[in-house]
Design a protein around this ligand. Structure first.
Ligand SMILES: N[C@@H](CCC(=O)N[C@@H](CS)C(=O)NCC(=O)O)C(=O)O
Length: 84
């Protein structure tokens, strides 16, 4: 099933940097939501994921929405999905 992604993150977070580096190296393009600069993004993360910790990957799979925390889990998940 087709999935769409948003990465909730912010610039100075080292764990977010780790995920952004992985995306860049592998040429994966997805939408970023900055939880420091965008109060709506922070609220959305809190309401959807249950906590404001970043990075968090919002996965939209049809009507289903999943919130995946932990930088290494996010990298592992996207690595599998994108075959890298
Ligand atoms: N083990 C986590 C660490 C994530 C983490 O500590 N993120 C910090 C920012 S660098 C954070 O979100 N702190 C605020 C909070 O937990 O609400 C990972 O690898 O993603």
């Amino acid at each position: 099933m087709v999935e769409t992604y948003q990465l909730f993150q912010y610039e100075s977070c080292p764990f977010c940097y780790r995920v952004r580096q992985f995306l860049e190296v592998n040429g994966i393009d997805l939408e970023f939501r900055d939880t420091l600069l965008d109060v709506d993004a922070r609220s959305e993360l809190m309401e959807g994921g249950g906590r404001t910790s970043v990075p968090c990957l919002r996965i939209q799979r049809g009507p289903q929405v999943l919130w995946l925390y932990e930088s290494l889990d996010i990298i592992g998940y996207l690595g599998t999905r994108f075959g890298v």
